[in-house]
Design a protein around this ligand. Structure first.
Ligand code: HEC
Ligand code: HEC
Length: 561
């Protein structure tokens, strides 16, 4: 009898569990089906099977005319990686050798003329639109995290964009969420606000990096671990704003061989501090130059261009175009990363095209897509009505090329290696703030080294070599500001740029509103898979189709040392 009761109980538990599972799954499916229906999109279907991870910028014509000067916008991405980035895709600067299936440019939105649709949107309408938050409701609650199905294997937004003076995010109760904002030199070209979007980047280390050895949250431990990660990832010494007693943490922070006090963090440091130090000893977390520890997360919101009369310049809008997320889900050693770099290429070449694409990035729209070196990526984007929705499988594939196959990245990422290094809170170049706290005004131009060119002002060098302010050479405002009518660079402007990057990065109000309107048209179309660039007119300097063997005319690629 007892056995029968036990058996029946187990049966009941099983079926209840199964029922709940089915119900959750159907809620999940219901959510996705509704989005598909409302937006006329498909979450699973992939149209551009071979090229969804390639970017629209790759199809740029490097010259306006057959005899004109050659522009090189390609070197920003296609360059020699710094170890442990084993990619060297410098050769892509020279030849348009796309896979056969995408010799025809799949990003057809580049050729759409949106002038008429842009013209009927008035300035106040667009300003109102971008100023309305699609991230918070009126109670300050995060809309997406309430709307996503209860069972959701991917990221559920949990950042409040509510920062203390050191960039730490706090929720509505004043608890630290672990997210910390930082300021960085925006990546070349497309990522400059003058080309369409503002953005921000935040980092979060795993909980154990925020705790002392007794498992208690400790802000100083967290600040130190973030600075340690910065020194490791940048592979350079990083200043710290406090003098640290090394004996207190039991770590030789400046790696000078003695336990003394330190106010710099050496890239040769061999331990984290606090609880992470204990985990490192047990090999439950790792520490290596050039790499983030496991479970590092990044958040990146891409926004419209808002205009502030008070500040008299462009800034972040409340509305998000996209919310992008990444997490290092698994540790990979140098050897594994190197093998991945070599084998991915091999894999892509040996399989037939659609299989190759799928083989490269495992995952789906719910969990995000994984690259071969331990990171998972996921994004949310505006639906037709301007609400954020998860990106489809194909939309998510678009993240993966930039975040895994380029010489330009640092452990798959961009911004952290470009973080400002000022340590005093009142300094202009203080790195640990959100853009809403301090902007671009008065920030000096960064300098970087290139092979055969030595140290160069990074943005000026780009203008000189690209003859324009973006890949497509359709930013008339930057061209008028920095070039004279016969295309020569205005030296006086360049000198001014050295001491204030906002001169280049920020568009005028008129340009900002136009770009916002053009992107809004794209949102209504939900046609992101055909290109997300905010162009108003059809682009001229872009190929619609390429013949095999077409050269760019770039004879001396520009490469990192
Ligand atoms: C913003 C970054 C970026 C810029 C700028 C850029 N590319 Fe790319 N390119 C990519 C990404 C991402 C991929 C897909 C990953 C890969 O294959 O490297 C790619 C792929 C390619 C490919 C196909 C390689 C393959 O095997 O699939 C070619 C060819 C190419 N780019 C040429 C160019 C040229 C020429 C330029 C300049 C006119 C350029 N790219 C500018 C990011 C960029
Ligand atoms: C054209 C190349 C490109 C594509 C495509 C792209 N990203 Fe990025 N991503 C960047 C750059 C460059 C930055 C740094 C931002 C800046 O400099 O303004 C960045 C920053 C980020 C960050 C912050 C951490 C870091 O790498 O700096 C996350 C997270 C991120 N992207 C996720 C995504 C997701 C998710 C997608 C797809 C929806 C995506 N990205 C598509 C180039 C790209």
């Amino acid at each position: 009898m007892k056995r029968i009761i036990l058996f029946l109980t187990l049966l009941l538990v099983f079926f209840t569990g199964y029922y709940i599972f089915l119900k959750d799954r159907s809620l999940n499916q219901h959510y996705i089906l509704k989005l598909e229906d409302e937006n006329n999109i498909s979450y699973d279907k992939i149209v551009n099977t071979r090229g969804a991870y390639i970017t629209s910028m790759c199809y740029t014509k490097t010259s306006d005319t057959l005899t004109g000067p050659i522009s090189n916008p390609c070197y920003s991405c296609h360059t020699k990686g710094k170890v442990p980035n084993y990619y060297n895709d410098t050769n892509l600067q020279e030849e348009y050798n796309f896979p056969e299936e995408v010799m025809k440019n799949p990003f057809t939105n580049l050729f759409t003329d949106r002038s008429a649709k842009v013209a009927v949107i008035n300035d106040n309408t667009i300003l109102e639109y971008v100023r309305e938050s699609n991230y918070f409701n009126s109670h300050g609650e995060i809309l997406l995290s309430m709307e996503l199905p209860k069972v959701w294997k991917g990221y559920r937004p949990d950042c409040y964009f509510n920062f203390d003076e050191e960039g730490f995010d706090q929720d509505k109760e004043g608890e630290y969420t672990g997210w910390r904002a930082f300021r960085y030199y925006p990546f070349l070209g497309t990522f400059w606000p003058t080309n369409g979007s503002t953005d921000d980047v935040l980092i979060r280390l795993d909980t154990l990096f925020r705790q002392d050895e007794n498992n208690t949250f400790d802000k100083e431990v967290y600040r130190l671990n973030l600075a340690i990660v910065e020194a490791l990832v940048k592979q350079k010494e990083i200043a710290f704003d406090l003098t640290v007693d090394e004996t207190f943490y039991g770590v030789d922070i400046n790696a000078n061989g003695v336990m003394d006090t330190a106010n710099t963090i050496s890239p040769h440091i061999t331990s984290y501090v606090g609880l992470a130090k204990l985990f490192l000893k047990e090999e439950k977390v790792h520490l290596t130059a050039g790499l983030f520890p496991e479970n590092t997360e990044f958040l990146h919101s891409v926004r419209y261009l808002d205009w502030s009369d008070k500040k008299d310049h462009v800034g972040l809008s409340s509305r998000m175009k996209e919310l992008r997320y990444a997490r290092k889900y698994r540790w990979k050693s140098y050897g594994e990363i190197q093998r991945a770099a070599e084998s991915e290429l091999w894999e892509a070449q040996s399989l037939d095209s659609s299989e190759a694409q799928i083989a490269l990035f495992r995952g789906n729209y719910e969990e995000g897509l994984r690259n071969e070196i331990g990171w998972v990526y996921q994004g949310f984007i505006e639906d037709k009505a301007g609400k954020l929705r998860p990106q489809t499988h194909e939309e998510t594939i678009s993240c993966m090329g930039c975040h895994s196959h380029l010489g330009a990245t640092t452990d798959s990422t961009f911004a952290f290696a470009r973080k400002f290094e000022g340590v005093e809170k009142d300094q202009k170049e203080y790195g640990w703030n959100h853009w809403s706290q301090k902007g671009f005004k008065g920030i000096k131009e960064p300098r970087v080294e290139y092979k055969d060119h030595g140290m160069q002002y990074e943005y000026s060098f780009y203008l000189q070599n690209n003859h324009s302010g973006n890949e497509f050479r359709n930013n008339d405002e930057v061209e008028a500001k920095f070039f004279d009518s016969n295309g020569s660079i205005k030296e006086k402007r360049i000198t001014e740029l050295h001491s204030d990057i906002s001169l280049l990065l920020l568009p005028s109000k008129a340009r900002a509103l136009e770009l916002n309107k053009a992107y809004k048209v794209l949102v209504e179309e939900q046609s992101y898979i055909y290109g997300r660039d905010a162009n108003i007119k059809a682009m001229v300097n872009v190929y619609r189709e390429l013949r095999e063997g077409s050269k760019t005319g770039i004879e001396k690629p520009i490469v990192r040392p």
